[in-house]
Design a binder for this molecule. Sequence first.
Ligand code: ADP
Ligand code: MG
Length: 352
Amino acid sequence: NISENQPVIRQLDDAAINRIAAGEVVERPASAVKELVENAVDAGARRITVEYADGGKTLIRVTDDGCGIAPDDLPLALSRHATSKIDGTDLLNIHTFGFRGEALPSLGAVGRLTITSRAAGQGGAEVTVSGGKMGAVKPAALNSGTVVTLRDLFFATPARLKFMRTDRAEAQTIGDVVKRLAMAEPFVQIVLRDVSGDGAGREVFRADAEQGELFDALHGRLARVLGREFADNSLRIDAEREGLHLTGFAALPTYSRGSAVAQYLFVNGRPVRDKLLTGALRGAYFDFLSRDRHPAAALFLDCDPTLVDVNVHPAKSEVRFRDPGLARGLIVSALRHALANAGHRASTTVAG
Ligand code: ADP
Ligand code: MG
């Protein structure tokens, strides 16, 4: 009997689609934190507070003073592929962290998500979506900005829940993600608190808004995140080639590490993990460091959005350059130049 064995093709409902998408966008509590903080930055926030409990498994709350969401737009913000950031006509020209409109519906599909928000000239409002089921929009008291509360992450996907590591390990990764984002936004205040238990909470990390020129602000912020020692032992990088602009700080060879952990690359403000950086740094420091030492650096590559494709992966931690050789070449030559100059200055000081 053919009909008994014939598979049935069904259209999945939105809740199922969102749970599947969530598997790509939210791998663990830290990925939820990343999405929510990026949304706050995209909303023009000057102050962002991130709170979590139990490694983010039971609670993640991100509070910002950004532009807020109008009550009528709240259900839209939670629906799939809805975004205020692009109109879909120009995927090559992206200036915001977000554009896929996937984070909020994904988080609402796998956890209990409440958004409380107030846009200028509007009343405050709140909506909850839990395991993909959205409640009604209700009025809520709030001065301005947005509070996103995510409880019980992955309660709706028990298989994923099993893959969570210890609270401590998840908290550590949240810290790493927040610090990485903080490096790229020196003018934004970012505070991270662990509110586990019933105490008042514990401040895990705090970076107040830096003042002044970009380089001074960046230097101050890197001192805050990577430590004074890095800031005091690093060279300012500022170079440009064919529309690619490289800024940041690279450590003196004397401040090298036994592993490659302190290497950070941001492309158009986006933290990216890319072999490009590791390779370029190795090339740049080749004459200055022995094989077993690794340089520390925080580099910011900025270019016209059309020169780089950020649409490679849902979490957007990978990017594709139109000309990877150009990016690599710029990093290598700018760093070699800075290192050679520093060496030259050091020897002339001794001679003089
Ligand atoms: P994306 O960031 O890709 O647009 P999201 O699902 O993360 O998708 O967010 C959907 C929409 O909700 C955003 O385009 C934005 O309009 C709105 N939004 C989300 N978070 C905030 C926030 N913190 N402040 C203001 N608006 C927000
Ligand atoms: Mg987003």
